[in-house]
Ligand binder design. Sequence first.
Ligand SMILES: C[S@@+](CC[C@H](N)C(=O)[O-])C[C@H]1O[C@@H](n2cnc3c(N)ncnc32)[C@H](O)[C@@H]1O
Length: 231
Amino acid sequence: MDHIKSYVLRAGRISAAQRRSYETLFPRYGLALGPALALPRVFGNDHPVIAEIGFGMGSATVLMAEENPGINYLGIEVHRPGIGRLLWEIERRRVSNIRVIEHDAVEALERMIPDASLDGLHIFFPDPWPKKRHRKRRLLARPVTDLLAQKLRPGAYLYTVTDWEDYAQSALRELAQTPLLQNAYPGFAQTQSWRPRTKFEQRGIAEARPIRELFFIRGGSSPAGHTPASP
Ligand SMILES: C[S@@+](CC[C@H](N)C(=O)[O-])C[C@H]1O[C@@H](n2cnc3c(N)ncnc32)[C@H](O)[C@@H]1O
């Protein structure tokens, strides 16, 4: 898929600890861009797999993985300091159910993730690209949403949260127009109590932006992993 990248890689600061974790732990928990993965072989079991696009520093990822040892988490991120940080937490907390891909998620999903293999997809606080001329960079727009849906098993879910109202509205429209997906709620979703809060959420709240949640299901049977909160 030819696509405009939803991120800009900045030559950012990486702390000595993040670099050390990245260098020593990526060989153990990281996956290089390559051909389609056999997910049960990657994780050493056939538990449900939930992918997270843009985990940032991985603070939500590691908490969910720790709380749900029967679910595998596949984090996809391009920001190396965040990858180093997550790897450090994986080691510190002795979490065994997280693997990390360091690459653009659109390409990684296309090339490495078999169709209908994921039980869930998390996208928490995607880069909002609020300026009009940058909106084409937003991740949650077709045809990328078609690709995301294609990677979900029937009954699996896509869960996203944003504090940018305009992005929330456009993502709601784009997801509603994605043929494989059905909204689990009449519009925006109820807050899913199992989702850990990240600093992006705290910032949104501090700046009085409403937090919008969207929870869509790929048509089919009932989902594995985290289920939508009932009203
Ligand atoms: C605003 S941050 C949110 C981080 C985290 N989810 C949180 O809530 O704290 C968005 C993250 O998505 C990552 N990102 C954006 N587009 C991506 C892509 N196509 N593939 C992988 N990561 C991406 C960025 O590098 C950034 O770390």
